[in-house]
Design a protein around this ligand. Structure first.
Ligand code: NAD
Ligand code: MG
Ligand code: MG
Ligand code: MG
Ligand code: MG
Length: 343
């Protein structure tokens, strides 16, 4: 490995906020990302208007936060930059409603590339299409900004109609606080495919299957569910925290030599060449659009598989045992108190 990164990292000095000075930014949606982008941009001096449906329960919240609220159509019509921060599955319908409000030179801005990359939204070539994706849940985007810090982020340009789409994305990233921490440039394709693969194979899908399979293996062999829960689920956080702080070696250095030797030898037996081939198959389905088509159809048909899988997960024994143990042990309550309410 060289000590050079393959990509440049952009900081505050690389972004010129004046690029947004004469643009009004409409933030559509006031959820996890929306509330953070809208408030951070406004605090950074950007002219922001929040677009929400007439009956939306978020309207009061946005107004209480001192922001102007209009319908998505009105907000888009007044804006020069439209930031689409409603859930990915409803973005195509929201886009259809606001499409006619976009003029040549306007910017359509996303925090994830799914709908553009898989062709669910096809903007006019005269409109800029950009992405600013904070690599963090929205409440941390807001909380770190208020502390004078920021979370790292990605920028990407899919269409550059005005010649300064990248500068606009950098200015937006600065407005939400990301250039305080560092921003890297990617493409809609790379962001979408790596995001989907990561959450499916490793972060959300891989980790939960590993936990459940480990738990079931112990319980089926006659060990107590409580022990199995602690070993296969609860301790995961402690291990991941060490890796997050200092990489694999900090974790290996912190566990016993027995755990280290056992892990280094047996880990490969569990997550073996077959698992690697399965990962490659999951990646193929992301790359050739098979997963996207499946998920789009699922949403068009009232989510039958999604509902069934979600119910099975909720009904899994590990949820029951874990729920009761987390209630009993003092750390459960403590942890809840440590999580501050959303800004
Ligand atoms: P969310 O589910 O938290 O919030 C969506 C908001 O959209 C709701 O609060 C509501 O105000 C509005 N909304 C919901 N349904 C609507 C409808 N039918 N019409 C109009 N408005 C509606 O969404 P989110 O998690 O903030 O995701 C927004 C975007 O940010 C997505 O593209 C997502 O992939 C991306 N993203 C999210 C995170 C994250 O941590 N949540 C991180 C990076 C990127
Ligand atoms: Mg407009
Ligand atoms: Mg994702
Ligand atoms: Mg142990
Ligand atoms: Mg041990």
């Amino acid at each position: 490995m060289t000590d050079e990164f393959t990509t440049e990292i952009y900081y505050d000095d690389d972004a010129d906020e004046s690029v947004l000075a004469d643009r009004t930014v409409a933030v559509l949606g006031y959820g996890s990302q929306g509330h953070a982008h809208a408030q951070n941009l406004a605090d950074s001096g950007v002219d922001v208007i929040v677009g929400l449906r007439k009956g939306s329960s978020s309207r009061k919240e946005a107004e209480a936060d001192g922001l102007e609220v209009a319908t998505p159509v009105e907000a888009a019509s007044r804006a020069d930059t439209v930031s689409v921060l409603v859930p990915d599955t409803v973005q195509p319908a929201v886009y259809e409603a606001i499409e006619d409000e976009l003029e040549a030179g306007d910017t359509l801005q996303f925090a994830h590339g799914f709908n553009i990359h898989y062709g669910q939204i096809e903007p006019d070539p005269e409109v800029n299409v950009t992405m600013v994706a904070p690599k963090s849940p929205g409440h941390l985007v807001r909380r770190t900004y208020k502390r004078g810090e920021g979370v790292p982020g990605l920028i990407a340009v899919y269409q550059d109609a005005t010649g300064d789409a990248k500068e606009q994305a950098l200015a937006y990233a600065k407005g939400v606080g990301c250039t305080r921490a560092g921003v890297i440039e990617t493409s809609f394709q790379e962001e979408t495919e790596t995001d989907l693969f990561g959450e499916q194979a490793v972060l959300c899908g891989g980790v939960t299957e590993l936990m459940k399979q480990g738990y079931e293996t112990l319980v089926d062999a006659g060990y107590s569910p409580e022990m199995a829960y602690f070993e296969c689920m609860n301790e995961m956080k402690l291990i991941v925290d060490l890796i997050y702080e200092g990489g694999l070696m900090e974790m290996w250095n912190s566990v016993s030599d027995t755990a280290e030797y056992g892990g280094l030898t047996r880990g490969k037996e569990v997550v073996d060449d077959d698992a690697r081939e399965n990962m490659e198959e999951v990646l193929r389905q992301v790359q050739d659009g098979e997963f996207a088509r499946e998920w789009i159809t699922e949403n068009q048909t009232n989510r039958p598989s999604y509902k069934q899988l979600r119910q099975a997960e909720e009904d899994h024994d590990i949820e029951d045992v874990g729920g009761r143990l987390r209630e009993l042990f003092a750390w459960g309550e403590q942890q809840k108190e440590e999580v501050p309410a959303d800004d």
